[in-house]
Design a protein around this ligand. Structure first.
Ligand code: SF4
Length: 331
């Protein structure tokens, strides 16, 4: 691990000012991903700005019925919150399907959004990697790519975003609140993460110095029937091969509204907007869900080792939509 300085930020403004003054500084909250990256020499910040004592540790109800999750609320606290368990079961199930209880007890909302891909080449400085060091190449594109992207990749990077929680937040129309050197702003969740294109080193649309302060969950009545289905190599403590977050609202035997997002398929959580549009007004049956799954995967471009993800994701979409249409529960 390289030498770095450590400071404890006293306020959000203090944290942002310090990050603006030192562009090679990094914020640290729970540190569950960052410490691994430091130990592996993947990240070599000049300074760690400890934000863990800042006042961003509450879940608050807002006047319009939304919930505001402070950026430092732990994953465990989000998953266990009574309103979230009742009204946004997609989010509770997504969080509980990720990591271990010990990690969830310390990992934070903000940190979950900013965790790095688990592409093994990224974590091994013996290999080139465009995300770690732009312009060096992407060994995963022609190497071992069983876990990699089937949608939205570029010739620069084929990594996937590893978060379960972010797939749920994408489906739930969440909004990210950030504080920057000039002002605060809100970013719709679907616009928070990026596709790799020619800048795979950038995972999000945060500007330099910006700090995530909270995530807003808007009210969405039919999210109560939401489903999160994660498929992986083993049943615990494993990243998704693919995952699906789905919520369907049925009125008079027709689909009135729907949310559908996928994980483990792209550099960002993938909202299936074309499939959602197709589903509106249709009968909630297996034929409709099969067509929606085909639309969601229409643009898939699998690599040498991950063609299985296309059919696996289609089947997971059918299953998640079916269970949600029946009222929700464990898929
Ligand atoms: Fe690096 Fe992305 Fe290629 Fe993995 S997929 S080796 S993270 S550039």
């Amino acid at each position: 691990m390289n030498n770095f300085t450590y400071v404890r930020a006293t306020t959000v403004k203090d944290a942002v000012n310090r990050a603006v003054a030192d562009q090679n500084a990094m914020f640290i909250g729970g540190g569950t991903n960052l410490v691994d990256l430091l130990k592996a020499f993947v990240k070599e910040p000049s300074q760690l700005i400890d934000i863990s004592r800042l006042q961003m540790q509450k879940i608050e109800k807002m006047a319009n019925g939304s919930l505001r999750l402070g950026a430092l609320v732990t994953n465990t606290a989000v998953a266990d919150h009574a309103d979230i368990r009742r009204n946004y079961p997609i989010l509770t199930r997504a969080i509980l399907s990720g990591a271990s209880q010990q990690i969830r007890n310390i990992a934070t909302v903000g940190g979950n959004l900013l965790q790095k891909t688990r592409c093994p080449y990224y974590y091994d400085p013996a290999f080139p990697c465009n995300k770690r060091q732009p312009g060096t190449g992407c060994p995963a594109a022609t190497g071992i790519n069983r876990m990699h992207a089937i949608l939205g990749a570029s010739d620069q990077c084929v990594a996937v975003h590893p978060s379960d929680m972010c797939v749920a937040l994408t489906a739930l129309d969440a909004v990210v609140e950030v504080a920057g050197p000039q002002d605060k702003r809100q970013i719709p969740f679907v616009d928070f993460h990026r596709l790799p294109e020619n800048t795979p080193q950038k995972d999000s649309n945060l500007a330099p110095g910006e700090l995530i302060t909270s995530v807003i969950l808007p009210p969405l009545a039919f999210a109560k029937s939401g489903v999160y289905l994660k498929l992986r190599d083993r049943t615990s403590y494993s990243f998704a091969l693919i995952s699906v977050a789905a919520a369907v609202e049925i009125v008079d035997d027709k689909i009135k509204d729907v949310r559908l997002a996928m994980g483990g398929v792209a550099h960002k959580p993938w909202r299936a907007t074309a499939a959602e549009k197709f589903l509106i007004g249709k009968s909630a049956d297996i034929s409709t869900f099969t067509q929606a799954a085909n639309i969601a995967l229409e643009a898939a471009q699998p690599l040498a080792d991950n063609g299985y993800k296309v059919e696996l994701t289609k089947r997971a979409i059918r299953r998640a939509l079916t269970v949600s249409a029946q009222g929700g529960g464990i898929a």
